[in-house]
Design a protein around this ligand. Structure first.
Ligand code: AMP
Ligand code: ZN
Length: 134
């Protein structure tokens, strides 16, 4: 992980001081830097989480790495550690929200409903969740 953060595409965020590797044209990268407002519910050196603007459940949080990559598969290829950090953040947020059960989802590709091409985990909870999903 330390090695990844020290690679040349990472820089220190001028506002938050953590290491980031961002795309200036990406909506979620702008949320990471604070240039686009969002309700941030969790932030550490490598991960940011914020409320979804169009919530599909009482808790609907998006959990993203501070590394701009297109989807979860790309993220896993670059850093299994960072991928796992998203799951750890989900568990912490679920605990904070007293969720006894929750669902984590990555949409990969337009066909699966992906609309923002910065890897993000949806954390959904606070109501019964049907299976299979739509
Ligand atoms: P996906 O469709 O899986 O790519 O998920 C993208 C999610 O981003 C959707 O659930 C949107 O509601 C959410 N979203 C889009 N713009 C914003 C924003 N400015 N702040 C918070 N969530 C957003
Ligand atoms: Zn991005």
């Amino acid at each position: 992980m330390q090695e990844l953060l020290q690679s040349p595409q990472f820089q220190r965020c001028s506002r938050y001081g953590n290491y980031v590797a961002l795309d200036p044209n990406c909506l979620f990268c702008k949320i990471i830097t604070g240039d686009i407002p969002a309700t941030i519910v969790f932030r550490n050196e490598n991960v940011v989480a914020f409320n979804d603007i169009d919530p599909q459940a009482p808790t609907h949080v998006l959990i993203i790495p501070t590394l701009h990559v297109e989807n979860a598969a790309e993220l896993a290829k670059i850093s299994p550690t960072l991928t796992a950090e998203l799951f750890s953040a989900a568990a912490q947020i679920a605990q904070t929200n007293a969720l006894t059960g929750y669902r984590t989802v990555f949409n990969t590709g337009q066909e699966a409903g992906q609309s923002v091409f910065h890897a993000h985990m949806h954390l959904l909870g606070g109501r019964g969740l049907a299976w299979p999903p739509g």
